[in-house]
Design a protein around this ligand. Sequence first.
Ligand code: ADP
Ligand code: MG
Length: 563
Amino acid sequence: MSEQITGDFSSLGLPNSLCESLKSLGYELPSPIQAQSIPVLLEGRDLLGLAQTGTGKTAAFALPILTTINLKKASPQALILAPTRELAIQVAEAFQSYAANIPGFHIAPIYGGQDMRAQLRQLQRGVHVVVGTPGRVMDHLRRNSLDLSSLNMVVLDEADEMLRMGFIDDVEWILDHTPDERQVALFSATMPSAIKKITNNYLKDPVRIQIEAKTKTVDRIEQQYVMVSPARKIDALTRILEVEDFDGLIMFVRTKTATVDLAQKLEARGYASAALNGDINQKQREITIEQLKNGKIDVVIATDVAARGIDVPRITHVVNYDIPYDNEAYVHRIGRTGRAGRSGKAILLVTPRERHLLRSIERSTGQPIAESRLPTSEELTTRRVSQFRENILETLESQDLSEFKQLVTEVQAEANVDAEEVAAALAYLAQSDRPLFVSKDRLLDEPLVSNHRESRGDRERRPGNRDNRERNRAPMDCYRVEVGRNDGVRPADLVGAIANEAKMRSNNIGQITINDSYSLVQLPQNMSSKVTSLLKRVYVRNKPLNLSRVDDSEMANQQRRRR
Ligand code: ADP
Ligand code: MG
């Protein structure tokens, strides 16, 4: 189990300035990929890191880079290649937050679709780290606006994703333009042959780190997950807590900051809650656990470290507010319920990008986690209204209301209205900050389908183990659309637009290949002409798709050429 004692960030050889900023970010302990990668990279070795999305890879390479960078030298010493603009920006932002106590550190994100001049200015001003998409990095190298002669380190982030998006030749080209003596770190969730080839050709005697966990069974615990968008997790949680019938509940988050933050939010929503994290002293920790035991509090929000060894029989529910980095942590977390032979329930919030971690947990425990959906606003309304009714009926039966009746009669006379209206006004007031009639919220009311990038990733990652949805996918036709890389289009843009306009689930959209001036998309066979003519007129990146049917072999040829 994850009871193994891991050292903190300083024991990995990171300077105080970094440990301090990690502390203020609320990072308590290194994640497994961080604990294993950081010493290797600090030692100067090449690294092959195999880990899913959400395991904390950014800090695994950013922290060693920030440790070894020479701030006095204003030329790029590290280059990170990432598959998409969003990921490049995310990495740059993560660097900035880790470097909060390193004044004068500069990182430049460079990606297509952004004004070239702004990027040039940034590069000229002098930067220590460059993070970019392969296409744009190549552009800069060709124009000599990016000087890689001082480079000590290259990171290939999400290498399999870059392969899938057709960037692999670009990546090799860029690697060929870096100094021989640079260190290389390659991160990937899977090892398709093209990635093996890069590893063999460009990494020198790499240390291989794979984040995988032993299998454990967790019986007696009902496991569910809910797919939510990252920005709506707190609202999703509120809905879950409202309908779940729990006694004691323990909720897991990644950071210390989040334990405190959520404890406050839940307290404000009427749940007796407390935070438990590594900063809380032993005495207070014991008090909190005692209060959870005796029912003074019902909800404890904890980090993995802080929740070690908690054994409270009244915990009926475990909520994984943030998905754990590894499977062992998951098993350990949900084991906080179902104590002493009782049954328990574990609920996991998953964002679309974290879908791989979910699948990996399922594989390692050998148990499926059932998809569950959030209660809709209608269901919440029904529930609230019927509870309210019951309260009224009960009050009518059990309380002496004569003084209140007197009050109602007076108000009625004063406002010159029926008793019904006065009662309605009272009902309105009684709802306080929790409305009886919940308004619609599309993001929470409708099941969130994981985006295309993820579901396709799943498919590649699990050959021969496709889920039913995959197996039942309708046969596909290949279409050409007249937007391409030069327009800055990404697969997600096409999926979004087509799914939206054709009212199609995104998992009915098959492979996508992006070329310079056009793209190929697989769509279900025999689409009605109404749908195709609709799609012709859909605009993506300011250009009409002008969808046309092409031969299926076209896509196959292109995919083959890319491998
Ligand atoms: P990956 O690149 O593997 O997908 P990220 O580096 O993007 O993962 O990290 C995923 C999330 O986990 C981020 O929100 C990050 O801030 C958080 N995180 C990373 N390392 C830690 C840690 N040691 N403790 C707490 N949170 C962490
Ligand atoms: Mg990442």
